[in-house]
Design a binder for this molecule. Structure first.
Ligand code: CP
Ligand code: NVA
Length: 321
């Protein structure tokens, strides 16, 4: 069996299919045992997590705080206003100190390189809670939601319609490994990062999945099972809002977009959501899995923590991928 103990989780680029699957399996197992069977499963008793947030968060914060506590551990929420991060103390010193005081760090940062620095200087695992480049824990929640809904992942086609951002980058680093095809439609100038694109092309070749970069949202949606979007204005891009709303004109997901999708189509959005990228009719429809997706943040973060901090073996049968 695969052992992930002690591993950092900065990007899904570093994780192969045989490492991603056990995380999703443990997540589903914890959901089953705790939510459905009402068990107390104190796998993280005596452990602490330092949560550093340079940006705001509802889901990631709540999922991590409540999930870590539910497993018997102790979460500490820290913002740059609370701790000496890079202001009154070097990141190196903070990382070394946290390594003695906690068992794992989860950090939400502006620059992905801050996570890499933290990871070099810390002797405990570092989890990416969102950076400018990636949002891998989001994609764990999304994969588990799709696995639950469709019963497996292999052969699905996901259409990303909107901004070539951090969430898309994490999909690009993982979908091919699980046999999922990807169609991306972005306006000109909002394509995903060139290095991430190159890596995704290698992965799709290696795993024999389809990968397409388009501009037309309808072409991306055609025959796809999963329509996905995200805000057009990510945290830190607020001053570009006016230009972005103009440049993304025509990219809103509506029932018309869905009309060309596969008969079993569903909708995902990491949230927080604005109406410009998806209208209410789709967002609040039975097609929309967004609230399960938000809840699954909790079970997947718990699954990730358990894989990184313990040698737990799930009780439920292996999932089908
Ligand atoms: N989807 C997500 O990461 O949400 P938060 O910004 O609320 O954590
Ligand atoms: N792309 C968004 C995701 C928020 C969870 C952002 O970075 O703000």
């Amino acid at each position: 069996s695969v052992n992930l103990e002690g591993r950092s989780f900065l990007t899904l680029k570093d994780f192969n299919a045989e490492e991603i699957k056990p995380i999703l399996w443990v997540s589903a197992d914890l959901k089953h045992r705790i939510k459905h069977r009402g068990e107390y499963v104190p796998l993280l008793q005596g452990k602490s997590i330092a949560m550093i947030f340079e940006k705001r968060s509802t889901r990631t914060r709540m999922a991590t705080e409540t999930g870590f506590s539910l497993l018997g551990g102790h979460p500490c929420f820290l913002t740059p206003q609370d701790i000496h991060l890079g202001v009154n103390e070097s990141t190196t010193d903070t990382a070394r100190v946290l390594s003695g005081l906690a068992d794992v760090v989860l950090a939400r940062v502006y620059s992905h390189s801050s996570l890499e620095h933290l990871d070099i200087d810390a002797s405990i695992p570092v989890i990416n809670g969102l950076s400018d480049l990636y949002h891998p824990i989001q994609v764990l929640a999304d994969l588990s939601t799709l696995q639950e809904h469709y019963g497996s992942l292999k052969g699905l086609t996901l259409a990303w319609i909107g901004d070539g951002n951090n969430v898309l980058h994490s999909f690009m680093m993982s979908l091919a490994k699980l046999g999922v095809n990807l169609k991306v439609a972005t306006p000109k100038g909002y394509e995903p990062d060139a290095n991430v694109t190159q890596e995704a092309q290698l992965l799709s070749k290696q795993f024999g999945t389809k990968l397409q970069f388009l501009m037309d949202p309808m072409e991306a949606a055609r025959h796809s099972s999963v329509l996905v979007t995200d805000t057009w204005v990510s945290m830190g891009q607020e001053e570009e809002k006016k230009k972005r709303l103009k440049d993304f004109h025509g990219y809103q997901i509506t029932m018309q977009t869905g009309s060309v999708a596969a008969p079993d189509w569903t909708f995902l959005h990491c949230l927080p959501r604005k109406a410009e990228e998806v209208d209410d009719e789709v967002f609040y429809s039975p097609r929309s899995l967004v609230f399960t997706e938000a809840e699954n943040h909790k079970w997947t973060i718990m699954g990730l923590m358990v894989c990184i901090l313990t040698d737990y073996t799930p009780q439920i049968p292996k999932l089908k991928f």
